[in-house]
Design a protein around this ligand. Structure first.
Ligand code: NAD
Length: 454
């Protein structure tokens, strides 16, 4: 079987690849299983050195990787360079981890009690198309640092940088079989990996719907599971905020990566008393957005990933929610969609409740802190969010009451290599990045050594 990879900005064929099926998934798991005893036995220092060497090798290929990711995922080249920089930093950060996987000693009677953090074995990593290599690196780097071997399944739409990662890793000295990339459909390769008896853990990023299926399949053999799923995050703009700054930051917090961002602040909650000035500022910034060719250095927003995804996104405009204003987008080939602001809309509207995963923002007015918190939490999701206010005490009071994993105050940033990332509620289970990720790629083993005859 052949997999045809399309460039979303041109609708032209970017690559034709062999497509894996269940048999290739099984073979990849077998290679990873065979490589596990050797990889876990590599000394912590050498494991760190190999991962550091991989970071350097990726850094040397940064521009080529960025160009490939920009073309395959339709993302602006500047964004793609930033993402590849994060990939390098992620491998660099976890290169320091093998020598820091510390255990405890626990005071007990009659002997010495100690804990070890042991690798799990073969881990299956399943990733989506919106940040293909970045999200893969958040999983591959801590998994390898902890001594696991890996089978990585990229999304069918964006497999190219994952294949490059495998090639670069082997050239950088990662032993054969430690990292195995399998390019194939979710319903065959993905399902096989989540139910394979030799896979100890599945780390999945994708939709909540598929995440539920992954958790069900993994339950049969009690695999460890971490899930990074959908979002419907809120940015809360209080009347005492720097309105100009909040309105200037809001567009890219929703429309960045053409809205195909699990952390998109797609619900903008605005205190009623400042709704008019906020909307006026927001409109000015949205109309100035540059949507176009991902390889043009000035582009801020590229196309959507596919024609069918564009249809799904467009369906949110046919429900009758009021369109406040729209930016512009190119005509012709490419899956373009003009950035659109709906509002003011009701928090019960479909566009305000479902993850759109496209460049549509919903503005929802509120009155007072209590209503802001209630509206922000009124969702099945809980991934990210922002609070805009000049009142520091209020910012922290509200932050503690929001059911969400990642929050920014007077900022829309979500991820850093060194800090934990993940969701509350149906946005997921577990944390990636920072020291927290390592907990999900190791088991704690407790060993008691009797020092006195009992
Ligand atoms: P998706 O759930 O359709 O696919 C994700 C991956 O799962 C792909 O590799 C796909 O092939 C695979 N897959 C599909 N069916 C499977 C099955 N039955 N068993 C195992 N694997 C299967 O998601 P997508 O459309 O690629 O990505 C968009 C979604 O990802 C959005 O909902 C978005 O919010 C979410 N996302 C979440 C995060 C996060 O960190 N929380 C980050 C990025 C994207």
């Amino acid at each position: 079987m052949t997999l045809t990879v399309i460039e979303p900005a041109t609708e032209l064929v970017l690559a034709e690849l062999p497509q894996a099926g269940v048999e290739q998934a099984d073979a990849a798991v077998a290679r990873a299983k065979a490589a596990f005893p050797g990889w876990r036995a590599v000394t912590p220092r050498d494991r760190g050195r190999i991962l550091g060497g991989l970071a350097d090798a990726l850094d040397a290929q940064l521009e080529a990787l960025a160009q490939l990711e920009a073309r395959n995922a339709g993302k602006p080249i500047g964004d793609a360079r930033g993402e590849m920089g994060m990939v390098v930093e992620t491998f660099r950060y976890y290169a320091g981890a093998p020598e820091r996987l510390l255990g405890d000693t626990i005071p007990v009677a009659g002997g010495i009690d100690m804990t070890f953090r042991e690798p799990l074995g073969v881990v299956a990593l399943i990733v989506p198309w919106n940040f293909p290599l970045t999200i893969a690196s958040w999983k591959v780097a801590p998994a390898l640092a902890a001594g696991n071997t890996v089978v990585l399944k990229p999304a069918e739409l964006t497999p190219l940088t994952a294949l490059e990662l495998e090639r670069i890793a082997v050239a950088a000295g990662l032993p054969e079989g430690v990292l195995n990339v399998v390019v194939g459909p979710g319903r065959t390769v993905g399902e096989r990996l989540t139910s394979h008896p030799d896979v100890a853990k599945v780390a999945f990023t994708g939709s909540t719907e598929v995440g539920r299926r992954v958790a069900e399949a993994a339950a049969a053999s009690i695999k460890r599971v971490t899930l990074e799923l959908g979002g419907k995050s809120a940015s809360i703009v209080f009347a005492d905020a720097d309105i100009e700054r909040a309105a200037a930051a809001a567009p890219m917090a929703v429309f960045g990566n053409a809205g195909q961002d699990c952390c998109a602040r797609s619900r903008i909650l605005v205190e009623r008393s400042v709704l008019d000035p906020f909307m006026a500022e927001l409109e000015r910034h949205v109309l100035a957005l540059r949507v176009g060719d991902p390889l043009d250095e000035d582009t801020e927003i590229g196309p959507l990933i596919s024609s069918s995804h564009r249809e799904t996104v467009a369906s949110f405009l046919s429900d009758g929610a009021p369109v406040a204003f729209r930016g512009s987008a190119p005509e012709g080939p490419g899956y373009w969609f003009a950035p659109t602001v709906l509002g003011p809309i009701d928090s019960q509207d479909r566009a305000a409740r479902e993850e759109i995963f496209g460049p549509i923002a919903c503005v929802i007015p509120f009155t007072g802190e209590e209503e802001a918190i209630r509206l922000a939490n009124d969702t099945i999701y809980g991934l990210s969010g922002s609070i805009w206010t000049r009142d520091g005490a209020r910012a922290l009071r509200v932050a503690r009451l929001l059911d969400t994993g990642v929050l920014s105050i007077n900022s829309n940033t979500s991820v850093r290599v060194t800090t934990p990332f993940g969701g509350f509620k149906q946005s997921g289970v577990g944390r990636e990045l920072g020291p927290h990720a390592l907990e999900h790629y190791t088991e704690v083993k407790n060993v008691y050594y009797a020092t006195e005859a009992s």
